[in-house]
Design a protein around this ligand. Structure first.
Ligand code: PLP
Length: 407
C-alpha cells in the first residue's frame, strides 16, 4: 500500500495566496465590469531592465549556433555570475564572501524551502510570526512540528514581531537551533539595525545555532546605516546562510534567478558533536537535486551588475519605492499606524479590526486587493499588508478608492 507523508495533512487547508485568488475571482465574476487593483501578492509589474534583455537576447543567439551552444552548466551556477555576485553584492560592501560560496538557483522560495532538509528532523526551529509562509510550511512537511492548534503548530518557537518590539523579534528564552530571519521583512516591511542583528549572530555563536537570513528585499534598503547582508556582522560567516533573489531586485519573478550564500566557515554538528561544513552538505544536495538555471537567464542576471544594469535596477527599485512612500503617507493620512515602506516595498498597516474582514471590505467596496495580515501568522491578526509593486497610477487610484471606501 502506497502511503503518504502524513505531515502534509497537518498543513492548513490552503496556501494564503490561493485563498485570496479564490475571493478575488468570486468578486470579479460578480462584477465583471469592475477593474480590480492588485496590491496583494508581491509580484513586480515592470519590464526587465534593458541591459538584462540585451544580455538575454545575446545568450539566446549563442544557443542558436552549434559553435556557441551550451548544454548543462555547472550546478552551482556559471563562474561569470558567481564572481560578479561576490564582488558587487558582498566584497564592495565589506562582506567577505567568495564566488565558491555562492549557489545560483531558480528562486529564493525553493532555497528557503529546501535548505531545512540538510538539518536533523529534531532540530528546534525558531520562526518569526508573522512570516513568509514557506519557512513554516516546509518545516511542517518535514515533520519538525506537531499539530496545528490555536493558530500555531506545536513544537515551533514562534518569534513574535509586534508593535511592542518594533517588529524585531527578541532572542528566544528557550534554546533553538535553526533560526529564520528576514530583513527587510516580508510581510511587515521592518528593517533590522547592525547592533540588533549582531545580537542574533552572537546568540547563534554562543548556542551553536544557525541563522537562515532571507535578504530577498535587500535592494530596497535606502538607509546607509542598515546592514544589506548578515555578513557585514562580525562572526556571521560561522553561523549564517543568506538568501538573495533577482526577483524583486531586477524584476525576475517570471524569469527566475536567485542565489544562496553558504560560507565555508559555517558549521553544523553530528549527534556526537563533530563539526561538519554546511557548505559541503548543501553542495551535495544542490548537485544531486538541481541542474542550475538556464544559460540565458544567468547571462541576464549577470547584466544586473554592468554599469547600465546597475543604473536601470536602481531606477526600477526607486520607482516602487516612490509607490511605497505614497502608500505609507496616504495610509497615515487616513489615521492608521503603519510600519515599512521606507526601506522595503511592503507597508504593514494596523487595521484595528479583523484582517480578513478588512480585506473583504477593501475588495468589495474599493476593488483593491491587499493581503490580510492573519494569513502570515497569529501576530498578523489585525494587520493588512499593502505591496508597492504596481504602477504609480494604480497606486494613486487604489489609495483614492480606499479613502472613499472608508469615508
Ligand atoms: N523570500 C521572501 C521573503 C519573499 O517574499 C519571496 C517572494 O515573495 C521569496 C523569498 C521568493 O523569491 P523568489 O522569487 O526568488 O523565489
Amino acid at each position: 500500500m502506497i502511503r503518504i507523508n502524513e505531515n502534509y495533512l497537518k498543513l492548513q487547508t490552503s496556501y494564503l495566496f490561493s485563498n485570496i485568488a479564490k475571493k478575488v475571482s468570486t468578486y470579479q465574476s460578480a462584477h465583471p465590469e469592475r477593474e480590480i487593483i492588485r496590491l496583494g501578492i508581491g509580484d513586480v509589474t515592470r519590464a526587465l531592465p534593458g541591459a538584462c534583455i540585451e544580455a538575454f537576447q545575446h545568450a539566446i543567439a549563442e544557443m542558436a549556433r552549434d559553435q556557441t551552444f551550451r548544454g548543462y552548466g555547472p550546478e552551482q551556477g556559471y563562474d561569470f555570475l558567481r564572481q560578479k555576485i561576490a564582488r558587487h553584492d558582498f566584497q564592495e560592501h565589506g562582506a567577505q564572501v567568495t564566488a565558491e560560496e555562492i549557489f545560483v538557483s531558480d528562486g529564493a522560495k525553493c532555497d528557503t524551502g529546501n535548505i531545512q532538509e540538510i538539518f536533523a528532523t529534531d532540530v528546534r526551529v525558531a520562526i518569526p510570526d508573522p512570516v513568509y509562509p514557506v519557512y513554516l510550511d516546509t518545516n511542517v512537511m518535514a515533520g519538525r512540528t506537531g499539530a496545528y492548534e490555536n493558530g500555531r503548530y506545536q513544537g515551533v518557537t514562534y518569534l513574535a514581531c509586534t508593535e511592542k518590539n518594533n517588529y524585531i523579534p527578541r532572542l528566544p528564552t528557550a534554546p533553538v537551533d535553526l533560526i529564520y530571519l528576514c530583513f527587510p521583512n516580508n510581510p511587515t516591511g521592518a528593517t533590522i539595525t547592525k547592533p540588533q542583528l549582531k545580537n542574533w549572530v552572537d546568540y547563534a555563536r554562543a548556542n551553536k545555532a544557525l541563522i537562515l537570513f532571507d535578504a530577498a528585499y535587500e535592494a530596497f534598503i535606502r538607509d546607509a546605516e542598515l546592514p544589506r547582508s548578515i555578513y557585514e556582522i562580525e562572526g556571521a560567516r560561522e553561523v549564517a546562510i543568506e538568501f538573495r533573489s533577482f526577483s524583486k531586485t531586477a524584476g525576475f519573478t517570471g524569469t527566475r534567478c536567485a542565489y544562496t550564500v553558504v560560507p565555508k566557515a559555517c558549521l553544523a554538528y553530528t549527534a556526537s558533536g563533530d563539526p561538519i561544513e554546511v557548505h559541503q552538505l548543501w553542495n551535495r544536495r544542490h548537485t544531486t537535486k538541481f541542474n542550475s538555471v538556464s544559460y540565458p537567464v544567468q547571462r541576464a542576471a549577470e547584466a544586473v551588475y554592468s554599469p547600465e544594469g546597475r543604473a536601470q535596477v536602481k531606477a526600477l527599485t526607486e520607482y516602487y519605492m516612490l509607490n511605497a512612500d505614497y502608500i505609507r503617507k496616504a495610509v497615515q493620512k487616513l489615521g492608521f499606524d503603519c510600519v515599512g515602506g521606507e526601506n522595503s516595498p511592503y507597508i504593514w498597516i494596523k487595521s484595528e479590526r479583523d484582517s480578513w474582514e478588512f480585506f473583504d471590505l477593501l475588495l468589495n467596496k474599493a476593488a483593491v486587493v491587499c493581503t490580510p495580515g492573519a494569513g502570515f501568522g497569529r501576530c498578523g491578526q489585525g494587520y493588512l499588508r499593502i505591496s508597492a509593486f504596481n504602477s504609480f497610477d494604480n497606486v494613486e487610484k487604489a489609495m483614492d478608492r480606499i479613502q472613499d471606501a472608508l469615508a
